[in-house]
Design a protein around this ligand. Sequence first.
Ligand code: A2P
Length: 345
Amino acid sequence: KSYRVAILGATGAVGTELLELLESRNFPLADLKLLASPRSAGTQLAFKGEKLPVEAVDEGSFHQVDLVLASAGAGTSKQWAAKAVEAGAVVIDNSSAFRMDAEVPLIVPEVNPEAAASHRGIIANPNCTTILMAVAVWPLYQVQPIRRIVVSTYQSASGAGARAMEEMKAQAQAILDGKTPQTDIFPYPLAFNLFPHNSPLNEAGYCQEEMKMVNETRKIFGVEDLRISATCVRVPVLRAHSEAINLEFDEPFSVAKAREVLSQAPGVELREDWQANYFPMPIDATGRDPVLVGRIRQDLSHPCGLELWLSGDQVRKGAALNAVQIAELLVAKNLLGRESLVASH
Ligand code: A2P
């Protein structure tokens, strides 16, 4: 069986990665439609040695489409997702539009694949930093419940899209040329700088990105009262996010046990060379599927605490790969296509 797929936001950072993954993972495609804004209509993108045209999304775009992989921002998803579902498609949405919707499964395939069965047409792909943390922390959580997570992120420009990556490069060049760096997508220069994530702040002083890590992790783990505090920071890295994670368990969790668990965990690659002082770095995670985890050590301030460090490709596992893995899950469980949608109601 093969499926008619549309990528909404095909020209973006995640969209182009989706295209690459559908090709390299040999997704069973009957047809592939590339959708973006009217700005991109007429552009062509390479797929399996052919050039495919990009179309501006409109009312007719989802006719005879089984699966929509959407990565064009929350506004665009809100505008089109319901229409795609009405037309008979399942939407895997990379935006924040529906993630906390009680009816919408929020899935990291390594953690809660079973949630896919309850979909009603829309499945949400979690926030990128949340996905990376979930992949690394869930295997430990299964061995022993975690009381509290404290996480600091080091997020690359790619999280803000392809244009943001270009903006940072242009800023770096301007600074090297002795000129004033220009800002458009980012509020401040990112090149040779960093700043706390610039999403809107709540009354408690947490930004939206930080609250995504809190709320989405709780939903994915199915643990409503999991205690999490996050500090999200944008750093001048082109691609791949890193995170410093402090875990507090009920009882001591040995470093040896954590290494053993993580060395076998799906989606995780243990990367530490203590002799060489070598640990996961964004440049080593870039373009790769697994979340690189290392620097696992006892928290010297708490007997039940564990510290770990990770780097993961935000565009890949943090977004496109996770979405394609969800799609593969739907294929494997026969949860794609109009008949499955009717059955799931
Ligand atoms: P376009 O290239 O035509 O602007 P990124 O996250 O890398 O910035 O990419 C965003 C993606 O979402 C791009 O493919 C972009 O298309 C697409 N997009 C943005 N706004 C819209 C819109 N209103 N309708 C359809 N696609 C959109």
